[in-house]
Design a protein around this ligand. Structure first.
Ligand code: 6PG
Length: 266
């Protein structure tokens, strides 16, 4: 049987993607990855504004998402992002004064608030210096979401990062916030495994109620951590990122090749 001429339209088989819970999207570079995240985020925002008239977005701090936030401000393909209809929430925050460089809100505000037309009363920084700040933020979330029909009274989109210790948000391994009481949506967190300073964080209950949860992981510094997750997944109390299991929503990992133990299709 003569060898069959290769089919010029045959798609090259995709190399195996890392075996992580939910969907996994891999791109060769952070820039290409941001293209994909931004396109998905725009789609989610438009869909929610069409369906509900607004879009509730919760963002993480850290260094990984910073170029994504900047891209949202300058990329002409995103110019009609519905910022006027967007509520901007925080995933977590460090309990330090407003002007402290460690504040996630400082980075988020400098990039997004100062360069978009999000109405100021739709920007919700965590009140980390108030003793009952967690309960107040929880009340804010409920007040802004509870008017929606049942099942849609939840965050529409949550962007998470992941630390080398497999924490996410400010849910650190073996830390008190992992066992927040049922019904709590926001708590303070501190303890020997919580990287100082004291933190405020959304709880699993709030994260796992979300419609769409993205986990953005880039760079070689995260490769070992991802490798541990894939090769020998620890129990969620030791790897809080594995506690993120949206109940009725989408979980999508966005990885670049440098972070992948097994480089993706790129
Ligand atoms: C924080 C973040 C945190 C972050 C991870 C990853 O307050 O530090 O919300 O959860 O997402 O620590 O941080 P990098 O993106 O800087 O690696």
């Amino acid at each position: 049987m003569p060898d069959r001429a290769p089919d010029p339209y045959e798609l090259a088989p995709e190399p195996p993607k890392p075996a992580l819970p939910g969907e996994v999207l891999v791109r060769a570079t952070p820039d290409e990855l941001i293209d994909a995240i931004a396109a998905d985020l725009l789609f989610q925002a438009r869909s929610c504004v069409r369906a509900f008239g607004d879009f509730h977005l919760a963002l993480s701090g850290g260094s990984t998402p910073e170029p994504l936030y900047a891209r949202l401000m300058y990329d002409p393909r995103l110019r009609d992002f519905p910022w006027k209809k967007t509520h901007l929430w925080q995933v977590d925050e460090r309990c330090v004064p407003d002007d402290d460089e460690r504040r996630n809100w400082k980075m988020i505000g400098d990039i997004l608030l100062d360069h978009s037309d999000i109405p100021r009363d739709q920007a919700h920084p965590m009140p980390v210096l108030e003793s009952d700040g967690d309960l107040r933020y929880e009340g804010d979330l409920r007040a802004n979401l509870e008017w929606r029909e049942r099942g849609h009274d939840r965050l529409d989109y949550v962007l998470l990062g992941m630390g080398p210790d497999l924490h996410t948000a400010s849910l650190f391994p073996d830390s008190p916030a992992l066992a927040a009481p049922a019904g709590r949506l926001v708590v303070f967190n501190e303890g020997p495994t919580v990287v100082p300073p004291r933190r405020m964080t959304l709880t699993y209950e709030m994260l796992n109620a979300a419609r769409f949860v993205s986990v953005m992981v880039t760079g070689p510094a995260k490769r070992d951590a991802l490798g541990r997750l894939i090769a020998d997944p620890p129990a969620p109390e030791h790897a809080p990122i594995l506690g993120v299991q949206p109940l009725g929503g989408t979980l999508r990992w966005y990885l670049d090749d440098d972070a992948c133990p097994t480089p993706g299709p790129g």
